[in-house]
Design a protein around this ligand. Sequence first.
Ligand code: SF4
Ligand code: SF4
Length: 88
Amino acid sequence: MQRNISREFARRGITNLTKYILINTHNCKACWKCFEQCPRRVFGKESRFFGLHKHVIVVSSENCIGCGKCIKECPHKCIYKNFLAAQL
Ligand code: SF4
Ligand code: SF4
């Protein structure tokens, strides 16, 4: 039976991804380094609960070229190579 990959990502707290990277938004501290370093404007900023909770989101996944800058820049190791799709 084919699994629902999006649901499985969500279950793991991984709700934002591109073909090349994925973000664990639960660990995001909203420092915006990935947002500032991405050359293709893949990221946006999410704000919830009247600004009490913020995290980065993927807004243009199709723009991602897999350069890996966001992975290197994140000080909290929230961004990974998108290896899970092959495992699910
Ligand atoms: S891999 Fe590169 S293009 Fe893709 S989101 Fe990260 S910084 Fe942006
Ligand atoms: S660099 Fe990491 S902690 Fe900072 S906004 Fe991006 S994902 Fe969140």
